[in-house]
Design a binder for this molecule. Sequence first.
Ligand code: PMP
Ligand code: GLU
Length: 399
Amino acid sequence: MEFVASQISENIQPSATLKLNALVQEMRSQGQDVIGLSAGEPDFDTPTHIKDAAIKALNEGKTHYTPVGGIGELKQAICKTLLRDKNLCYQNKNILVSMGAKQALYEALHVILDPGDEVLLPMPCWLSYQEMIGMCGALVVPIPSKAENAFMPDIKDFYDRCTNKTKLIIINSPNNPTGAVWNRELLNGIAEFAKEKGLYIISDEIYEKLVYDGFNHVSIAQISEDAQKRSIVISGFSKAYAMTGWRLGYIAADEKIISAINAYQSHAAGCTNSVAQYAAVAALEGTQQPLGEMLKIFNKRRDIVVNLLEKMPYISFVRPHGAFYVLIDISKCIGKSYKGTPIHSDEDFAYLLLTHGRVSVVPGKPFGAPNNIRISYATKEDTITEAMQRLKSFLETLD
Ligand code: PMP
Ligand code: GLU
């Protein structure tokens, strides 16, 4: 029998970031010298005290199903962290632990959205949002944000694009792919707008701890009691604690929302990995020194990348203040060619840079940023410097 995909699944575009990571690994395994700037994950090892907590949990036999929404100790550690870092008051009943922030987002979207609902989505944005919204049968309504405004959208656009089908806003600060950190004034405006229109807010705060230049991450839930009540705050362990492979994230939200997601997760997953949950308690409650060191290194790498990019022809970018990405505008390269091969799009640029320049970057189009590319600087300093040299030579060859 021939496989016929369901209508929802036939439209899903596989994750371009994960596809590129796999391609780079394959090229390397064939002996090719490729530098990967496409992976959105810290290159650091998970800190030792976190790994030790996992080993201890294993040795103590904590290898069984846990409650659906996570172990009590971890929920409590998350509540304590939110109170300590953001002065946000949540109780265990407001917390759910999921398989990475990715699954947290997926499940939150599924309990909020019905087919035909509209979601206000500031662009550029992480490429999985659009696909996940599509998987719910809901519709993306893009809200533009411009480089000249440091990628902070205009609140007027939220009002202009809101209809009686709008149910939700998704925000992500610090942002993937721009590295923008939104200020309190913008968050105030969004909170006020959401209140006036009766909308939910999903706030993806996975990069909350990765901010530089004295910038401070503000959660929209901190803006007001009302904003906290209508916000589904999502974060996790992948970025701040270099735990991407452990697959652990969490949601903080109103009890009724958590309860709906709990029911969903009870059938979709059962629970998250038990050992990883004990490791996550150590991540939150143990020393934060490795995070501090990682931050310093990211900051230095960011400076190196920015300084080198500033000297390159045809490109422009906004200095990022958070996460570990730079979104680079390559629109001046469109219409040029590389050794006779024309560049019509960011995909052409990324393909030629990979195959001839031996550097992998992600095309901007899936992030809602055509004519841009995204690089990640979560890579060692000398590798970054070599990659920038290759990018510069590639750009200088264009005519
Ligand atoms: N949100 C954003 C903005 C991301 O870039 C990522 C990528 N890892 C995620 C969520 C998912 O993270 P996790 O590894 O916790 O699933
Ligand atoms: N979020 C990271 C990225 O944007 C990891 C890959 C993914 O899950 O998409 O590269």
